[in-house]
Design a protein around this ligand. Structure first.
Ligand code: FAD
Length: 552
């Protein structure tokens, strides 16, 4: 592995040369000094470093740069290297902006230019940044490579799976020279993609998610046969329950069907979660929560879909599709909700090939300078519009109603109004999607008049609400008419406990009709569909589980 990098970005060639010369002189034997002349180029360099699985220790960015200023650069860089220490280089006149930056992107230090003599002004700052980084460095990651077709649903599924599980990978097109060389070396053809090459040199042709998970280092099998607590679903509620359960000494296992983070993991920026005044991306929040759960000793199993729940005396049994099962004293159901599908001709065939459900943030850079369409008027659609507006030439939001006021938070409406390249189209719905290899055109209809118009686009992102993921529970626990899990007081009918309930007490607040089985987050009937409430319910379920276990 090469030495960790110190990256410096400045659009002024003389300053750029001087800073990298000074850095090399003092740190060149232990660190690689990487120099870039724009935010875009610096991000590009960071992505490459990330894909190669190498480390970045410190980022030094000039504040005043055209197109992307230093703060914007550091904000994007954080997504790639959250643990790298961040220094903003400013002129005296920009001190206020620098102070704002400390709040916005958690800048560790701002350094006034010029920094001469470096021994006095530059090195002490960089020394302390390096000390801090060495105390919690990002471990070097080995590289996974994916070879696939640009417009292929299975290739997208593999990339999305890796991205949502925070597995760094390199994406290579099958029809480009390097992709072709790798396919040939593996003895495969372009028909066999997606091809995944793992860091230890294994080749997986069109792997399913379970195989992929195993080979990229995700855990899929439990280490114990019996736990105190099994949590089903690793969205905010499940991660919350796992952090609190494990930190309070419960042997805890978290079981996730696809990827940690749940819906929140797909959010480009969560702005209303306590403690993040300037927002946090779903990926960052997920990464922190996952590391926290693991640090407390929770086990996290990926690609394990629960398909049944049974009660046997005081233990609860969770069954999986492959015939295996896990038993525990208590269960938290945190399976959240899944996207509702939009029903219009052509959409099913083009899903994953230009039509996406949810934000599919892996695709955002591919939308560069193109027209993007978003269906939906709720917060998730609004966040996606704001996110895609950074890349697309124009983002079009199709909403059935007259405006966004009844469906979206006012802070997001204000953001959308302030962004010049977002257009909201009221009274509009998708009537049909057209395209052969990928989406090429949409027919948009006014539901009042039935009038239609065609628009050219390769990108459609759909956010039209969700339904609970509870079909697998059958009659194991009581659910409301929409399928959400009933808990606590909602289970009492005219003061009577639910049928089959034998305990001499009412169900606890988040407890379902099966004693010892609790529900938290979006899957629970009448829950508030928010990250904070999901996390809070996950934590609260654990305290109720303690009460349940004490009474056993
Ligand atoms: C794009 C987007 C943006 C959002 N932005 C915000 C925001 O800014 N602020 C805010 O407060 N809220 C926001 N929300 C809502 C918020 O994300 C949800 O309220 C929250 O994620 C609910 O958490 P949860 O853990 O209950 O469920 P989910 O996040 O839905 O997680 C459930 C998890 O369970 C897994 N699972 C399901 N079935 C099974 C099974 N049978 N076996 C194993 N695992 C299973 C799923 O794969 C999933 O990972 C947003 C939602 C979306 C989609």
């Amino acid at each position: 592995m090469p030495n960790p990098a110190i990256l410096t970005v400045d659009d002024d060639p003389a300053v750029s040369r001087a800073v990298s010369r000074d850095l090399r002189r003092r740190y060149g034997d232990r660190y690689r000094v990487v120099r870039a002349d724009s935010g875009d180029n610096a991000l590009e360099a960071l992505r490459e470093i990330k894909l190669r699985g190498e480390q970045v220790a410190v980022l030094l960015a000039d504040y005043r740069m055209p197109h992307m200023n230093g703060i914007q650069f550091l904000e994007s860089a954080m997504d790639l290297f959250p643990l790298a220490r961040r220094v903003l280089l400013t002129a005296y006149a920009d001190t206020d902006a620098a102070i704002d930056a400390i709040n916005l992107v958690d800048v560790d230090h701002y350094l006034l230019k010029p920094w001469n003599p470096p021994e006095e002004k530059l090195y002490p700052v960089v020394d302390s940044m390096l000390d801090a980084w060495r105390a919690s460095p990002e471990p070097p990651a080995s590289e996974v490579r994916v070879v696939g077709h640009r417009w292929s649903a299975p290739s997208f599924a593999v990339r999305d799976f890796l991205a949502r599980n925070l597995v760094p990978y390199r994406w290579l097109l099958a029809d480009e020279p390097e992709g072709g060389r790798l396919l040939a070396a593996a003895g495969l053809t372009a028909d066999d993609v997606p091809l995944v090459l793992t860091s230890d040199g294994k080749t997986l042709a069109a792997p399913n998610e379970a195989d992929l998970a195993v080979h990229v280092g995700l855990t899929t099998t439990p280490s114990l046969e019996f736990y105190d607590l099994v949590v089903v679903g690793a969205g905010p509620a499940g991660l919350g329950a796992a952090v609190y359960g494990a930190s309070e000494g419960l042997r805890t296992v978290l079981v996730e069907q696809r990827a940690t983070g749940g819906q929140a993991g797909q959010s480009s920026r969560i702005e209303n979660y306590l403690g993040f005044p300037d927002g946090v991306s779903g990926a960052q929040l997920t990464d922190r929560a996952r590391r926290q759960a693991l640090r407390f000793g929770a086990e996290l199993l990926t690609t394990r879909e629960a398909i049944g729940l049974e009660s046997g005396g005081t233990s609860r049994l969770l069954r999986f599709g492959d015939g295996t099962s896990i038993a525990a004293h208590a269960v938290v159901l945190a399976t959240g909700v899944s996207y509702r599908m939009l029903d219009a001709p052509g959409l099913d065939e083009l899903t994953g090939r230009g039509v996406f459900y949810g934000s599919a943030s892996t695709e955002a850079p591919s939308c560069f300078e193109q027209d993007v369409y978003i269906v939906g008027g709720a917060n998730s659609a609004g966040q996606a519009a704001v996110h895609f507006a950074r890349y697309a030439s124009r983002v079009h939001m199709l909403i059935r109603g007259a405006d966004l006021r009844h469906s979206m938070s006012s802070y997001l409406i204000q953001q959308i109004e302030a962004i010049g390249n977002i257009t909201v189209w009221p009274h509009s719905e998708v009537a049909e999607a057209h395209g052969d290899e990928h989406l090429e055109r949409l027919t948009v209809r006014d539901p009042r008049s039935g009038e239609t118009r065609d628009v050219d686009t390769s990108w459609l992102f759909i956010f039209i609400g969700a339904e609970p993921r509870t079909g697998w529970l059958d009659d194991a626990v009581l659910r409301d008419r929409l399928g959400f899990v009933l808990t606590g007081p909602d289970l009492l009918c005219e003061g009577k406990r639910p049928p089959g309930w034998t305990l001499p007490r009412d169900p606890y607040h988040l407890e379902s009709s099966m004693p010892g089985v609790f529900a938290a987050g979006d899957v629970r009937a009448a829950s508030v569909k928010r990250v904070a409430s999901a996390v809070g319910e996950g934590a609260m379920a654990v305290s109720l589980i303690h009460r349940y276990l004490e009474a056993q």
